[in-house]
Design a protein around this ligand. Structure first.
Ligand SMILES: NC(=O)c1ccc[n+]([C@@H]2O[C@H](COP(=O)([O-])OP(=O)(O)OC[C@H]3O[C@@H](n4cnc5c(N)ncnc54)[C@H](OP(=O)(O)O)[C@@H]3O)[C@@H](O)[C@H]2O)c1
Length: 251
């Protein structure tokens, strides 16, 4: 009997799947048996193409800037012409830090465009054929700042709060049509997104001592949970924003 976590024969789109948490997600999906299509600005790293080759699976890159709505439409159409997409992982996200009173509106628009507008557009474009087939899974990357406000990141917090609500809104429309929509809310993860926090010894200490698990998260911690939410094992899981945070929110 096959494992309920097995993704053999499925193809997943992962935005920003070539580095950071996205790389961990792509690697976990490949390990679970899926083929992976990465949408992002940069070429794929050798460790990802090498893993796919070792496993005999396919990983393909389509260049895309998620701030460009027309490019999202054109690239998604090409991906759908080339593949049947069973899983969409909206991983890519961006961050900008300024005190709220000085936050440039252009920076606000960019964060909202990449973190929210692009996520909704991709859900529409890849969700439609899933709904027509009556089968599919969408996993969005939310954040602790879907629940908390953060400091000097008002656009990011607003975008991630909205991603959590969007996840529930799509669940209510799509769960009855065979499409699971859920989100993962990572805690503090040691990726490029947090270089400013990691470089500030005072903030780093304040944050680190508050994590019950006693460590920052790793891309693999998120990748394995995305596999679960994309797999038959999570067939009755709909509309959840699952914190993967070392216990941070329980504190
Ligand atoms: N790190 C954390 O502590 C944390 C916590 C909670 C939630 N998250 C969320 O988890 C997701 C991944 O975060 P991360 O830590 O891996 O961040 P990261 O290391 O900064 O990587 C960001 C990813 O998003 C892609 N991206 C950003 N802007 C893009 C654009 N305009 N077009 C296409 N791709 C774009 C990047 O691709 P390029 O290579 O093209 O730049 C990269 O793959 C994000 O949604 C983030 O908000 C992270």
């Amino acid at each position: 009997m096959s494992s309920p976590f097995d993704l053999t024969g499925r193809t997943a789109v992962v935005t920003g799947g070539g580095r950071g948490l996205g790389l961990g997600i792509s690697q976990a999906l490949l390990a679970a048996g899926a083929d992976v299509v990465v949408l992002g600005r940069n070429p794929l790293p050798d460790e990802l193409t090498g893993q796919a080759a070792d496993l005999g699976r396919a990983v393909q890159h389509y260049p895309l800037d998620l701030a460009d709505s027309d490019a999202i439409a054109a690239t998604s159409a090409q991906v759908l012409a080339d593949h049947r997409i069973d899983i969409l992982v909206n991983n890519a996200g961006t961050q900008d830090r300024h005190p709220a009173v000085d936050f440039p509106l252009a920076a606000w628009d960019h964060v909202i465009d990449v973190n929210l507008r692009a996520v909704f557009q991709l859900c529409q474009l890849f969700g439609r054929p899933m709904l027509e087939r009556g089968h599919g899974a969408v996993v969005n990357l939310a954040s602790l700042l879907s629940f908390q406000g953060g400091m000097t990141v008002p656009a990011y917090a607003a975008s991630k709060g909205a991603v959590a609500q969007l996840t529930k809104a799509l669940c209510n429309e799509w769960a009855g049509q065979g499409v699971n929509v859920n989100a993962v809310a990572p805690g503090y993860m040691a990726t490029d997104m947090n270089v400013a926090l990691l470089a500030d010894p005072v903030r780093l200490e304040q944050l680190s001592v508050r994590i019950p698990a006693g460590r920052w998260g790793l891309p693999q911690d998120i990748g394995d949970v995305v596999v679960f939410l994309a797999s038959p094992a999570a067939g009755y899981v709909h509309g959840q924003v699952l914190a993967v945070d070392g216990g941070w929110l329980a504190r």
